[in-house]
Design a protein around this ligand. Structure first.
Ligand SMILES: [Zn+2]
Length: 599
């Protein structure tokens, strides 16, 4: 695992005039991490409060004298003060990420109807998996725990609820002919697409919106007919390209804008008919393209990608103000240690720490929980107010340690109380939580539905099985059974000129390949190819893939920007800059001024 260095933390403190008030050692990584002055102000603001009378508060503080420093009574409210964390930002993020399985789907059976369904939860696990419709029918009872009858082992009670409340098989809505997708909406005729919206005839894509006819792409918007690309925007007919905007009909481009008909070029603007960064006439280009060879080219990186930002550090930011340690943010204000925080017309992202895909306000420690306020330690879902330690709850307020509730108020371990009861019971529970040394931190990793290796934690903070278990994560050894195929072929036995063969002898060869499984050249795991995919390869004269989709995805992940900042010197003016890129052979990293002088 990679960690932000002390130097970077110090640099940010100086630049933002935000003093470091404490230096802590992470209890998992032993890395030093800072507590900034602004962190203290945030934890004070986000701490949950409970309306009780002055008399009650006085009694409460007397009764809980041993932990009274963790509470404060002010303005008719009893505040439970959230302490500073004991884990460094990276370990905190890995813990949250370990609750989000995006890409691993299994064929399983509904615990309600025994019908087959496609689920993010593998069939070897002992959870009650329901289809979306089965859950919505409400033919089941909310399972709850009465804290008067149960000792308050928070994690144990939560585990009980997680095992006994029906779990939704996967997140998908308003899709057509797109069964094998997760966290996907308003899409059709697509297969193995994840965390995407408005996709049409797309296969093996992740983080895409408004796409059609694309295969093997990662993080992009408004594109068509693209293959094996990473981070592209408004592009048409791109193959093996990274970081491009508004380009078309090109191969192997890096960081190009407004270009068309180019081959193996880097950092070009408004160009066409270029090969290896050299411009030709259209006639010359068409001739040379037939035998064009890839030459290594120098790639110039800008220190960070930012647009219209103020007082912000980190990468891929648009319209952000006062943000630090955040990658991929749109319209964020005062956000820290966060990723993929995109405000939209419904919700603004402001005053948060430790979130992922949230767009919430005054919240901390969220994973995939949007449009929420004054909440913390939440794994999935949306529209929560004053909710703490909740999993998969929707449109709830004032809930504490709840699971899969919808439109509820004043619940503890899923049991409903009156407002007065709730405001008295929860502070007592918090006092016990502190006494039992249960930290004000994200859920115990053992409460995740998933093994670490099934979640996005593995994409950003890869661990071996041994390392994961040592950090108290779960691990999944489940392997889906191999589907019935006519023949298993080695990748090297695939016909080289297969596109031509198929075009001439269609459809016999096509039908045959559909019945085969191909052994991946890297992982040796067999994989199959779908009909729609083959049609895409034939249309664009592409070779058949010889690697399993998971390996292809991993290779694309390696091409995306890192999420760790380094303090380096600009390759030209030697000014100190913070960048996610480290200069390397053929790789120049420049400050903003020098970057725009160069291109
Ligand atoms: Zn410079």
């Amino acid at each position: 695992m990679q960690y932000t260095s002390k130097k970077v933390y110090e640099y940010v403190s100086k630049q933002l005039n935000d003093p470091i008030v404490e230096r802590k050692k992470c209890r998992l990584s032993w890395q030093e991490f800072p507590i900034y002055q602004s962190d203290l102000e945030f934890y004070d603001k986000v701490s949950p409060t409970f309306e009780v009378s002055e008399e009650y508060a006085k009694d409460f503080l007397e009764k809980n004298n041993d932990v009274k420093d963790s509470f404060e009574y002010k303005d008719w409210k009893l505040k439970a003060k959230i302490p500073t964390p004991t884990l460094c930002p990276e370990e905190r993020e890995a813990q949250r990420f370990a609750f989000r399985n995006e890409m691993n789907l299994y064929i399983s059976k509904s615990s309600f109807s025994s019908k087959n369904l496609i689920s993010t939860i593998s069939p070897d696990k002992n959870y009650k998996v329901y289809s979306y419709q089965e859950r919505e029918n409400n033919n089941w009872k909310v399972c709850y725990i009465d804290i008067n009858n149960k000792p308050e082992n928070f994690s144990k009670n939560m585990d009980f609820l997680l095992h006994n409340m029906p779990v939704r098989n996967r997140y998908a809505s308003n899709n057509e002919n797109a069964e094998y997708v997760n966290i996907v909406a308003n899409s059709k005729d697509s297969y193995l697409c994840f965390a995407s919206e408005e996709v049409d005839k797309c296969y093996y894509n992740r983080y895409n919106t408004y796409w059609s006819y694309c295969v093997d792409c990662y993080q992009a918007d408004y594109c068509q007919n693209c293959y094996d690309c990473v981070k592209i925007d408004h592009c048409l007919g791109l193959f093996h390209c990274d970081n491009c905007i508004n380009c078309s009909n090109s191969y192997y481009l890096f960081s190009c804008t407004n270009c068309h008909d180019c081959y193996n070029c880097s950092n070009l603007y408004n160009k066409s008919y270029c090969i290896n960064n050299k411009e030709y006439s259209k006639e010359e280009y068409d001739k040379l393209l037939l035998n064009a060879k890839i030459r290594p080219l120098e790639k110039i990186y800008i220190w960070c990608k930012q647009d219209s930002c103020e007082n912000s550090f980190w990468n891929n930011l648009l319209d952000c103000k006062d943000c630090m340690f955040i990658w991929s943010g749109i319209k964020c204000y005062n956000i820290k240690y966060t990723s993929f925080d995109l405000s939209d017309s419904n919700s603004n992202s402001e005053n948060c720490i430790d979130t992922y895909y949230s767009a919430s306000s005054l919240c901390m420690s969220l994973i995939s929980c949007r449009d929420s306020k004054s909440s913390g330690f939440v794994s999935f879902w949306n529209n929560l107010v004053n909710c703490w330690y909740c999993c998969n709850c929707f449109n709830c307020s004032d809930c504490f340690w709840c699971v899969w509730l919808k439109y509820k108020k004043y619940c503890i371990f899923n049991k409903e109380y009156t407002m007065e009861e709730y405001n008295k019971i929860v502070p007592e529970m918090i006092a016990n939580m502190i006494r039992d040394k249960q930290r004000w931190e994200f859920f115990n990793p053992q409460l995740s539905y998933y093994g670490y290796n099934e979640t996005i934690a593995m994409d950003y903070y890869p661990l071996t099985k041994e390392e994961a278990l040592e950090k108290w994560y779960k691990w999944s050894d489940y392997e889906s059974p191999m589907p019935h195929v006519e023949k298993i072929v080695q990748w090297k036995d695939l016909p080289k000129q297969w596109c031509k063969i198929i075009k001439e002898k269609k459809p016999e060869i096509l039908e045959k390949i559909l019945k085969y499984a191909i052994v991946c050249e890297v992982s040796k795991r067999p994989f199959r190819i779908t009909k729609q995919e083959i049609e895409f390869y034939v249309k664009h004269n592409l070779p058949l893939p010889t690697k399993h989709p998971d390996i292809r995805h991993q290779e694309r992940l390696n091409r995306k920007d890192s999420t760790i900042m380094h303090l380096i010197n600009c390759d030209e003016c030697w000014e100190k800059i913070l960048s996610v890129h480290l200069p390397w052979e053929w790789k120049k990293v420049l400050c903003e001024k020098c970057f725009y002088k160069n291109i």
